[in-house]
Ligand binder design. Sequence first.
Ligand code: NAD
Length: 421
Amino acid sequence: MTAPGRPTRIMTGKSIVDSQFERAANLINLDQYMRHILMRPFREVQVEVPVRMDDGRIEVFTGYRIQHNGARGPCKGGIRYHPDADHDEVLGLATIMTWKTALMDIPFGGAKGGVAVDPKRLSKLELERLTRRFTQRISIVLGPYRDIPAPDVATNAQVMAWILDEYSSRHGYTPAAVTGKPISLGGSLGREEATGRGVMYVMMEYARDFGIPLQGSRVVIQGFGNVGGHLARLLSAEAGAKIVAISDVSGGVMNEGGLDIPGLLAHAAARKPVSEWPGGTAISNEQLWTIPCDWLVPAALGGVINKETNAHTIACKVVVEGANEPTTPTADLILEQRGIPVIPDFLANAGGVTVSYYEWAQNLQQYRWTHEQVNRELKATITKAYVGVRDLAKQRGVTFRTAAYAIALQRVAEAERLRGN
Ligand code: NAD
């Protein structure tokens, strides 16, 4: 079933990942047996989660934790609460995490979790009980050297704090068991904005290499949550870009002169829809895709750039995937034919998991880094990954996505082989 305000998913999850995998596996002549290993998950856990609701009833929710690959280190990936969360979606996202951590060259594998629930229907206490019960049911496969959850769609630092508390009540205080925690429980400075900041760093490199200066450039962003909100703020404050349109689930707003992002953030913090911001003209979610721009950043949902709705008409110089899997494989080919480059999700939005790695490292070191150090390390790590992708794409005449996959596959395959597989 499609959630209200959520476009029908044409092709997403596992199917997207599979078709893109093949292109990259062919590029590096990956052995068939290794394709078999890397295509399939290491371990899948499905649990039923009974939760006592405030009115005394018990409701049962289905949850998943899928560990796609742990050859390069403990599995790492977020937990999302969404009515559409299902096995295929969670597996697709877990697989992306393997490629993302490998591409960033951080010592993690890939995992993802999800609970099929509409969190907006739950009270805070119900959400806490759900989180604790879910953690109890999957805790056997978690741990700082085994699998480390983080926030994803509709989960946040508070949810991570409950997971930490639940896990620690069994194993003793273990801050490294989860990332994206509140700072006061061992979270990292800079973690909250890290994904948006990482997207900006990648855009800065691309801007320099391909002659699309960020200063004064026109940016359109779908989504004004963690990724879209921080990205909009940073791009306008630190890179001089003009955010000409942005949207949330209820619609969007545009201003040819550039939106006042601090004002819009304060407006959204008061729980008001973006489309009601007086500093621009209200637009529909569909209109957003028709606005000519230099940079188009989907930063909300999967499958939103597709053949059926917008791949033929999008009018931008570059698509930057802030969200996971926003472009379907067919749309990807259409954009390629139209000469519109795509900076793929697992390069562009890898800032979050990269700073999660720093958070984990700080917890294990029992030593806190400064915000400046976190940003400096993030810039170095994501820029190095970008340069590797750019160079391979040029050398082999392939898209950034195929090059990024090829680098990641190569690294994971090498780890598998060295471990004897
Ligand atoms: P979020 O829940 O904080 O924000 C999502 C935003 O998208 C909200 O503004 C929401 O209103 C908007 N939205 C929802 N449906 C929409 C629609 N139909 N049209 C327009 N806008 C819509 O989520 P987030 O953490 O910003 O994550 C966004 C995407 O980025 C997801 O795909 C997520 O998997 C991916 N991602 C997030 C992180 C992270 O660190 N938060 C890291 C990597 C990837």
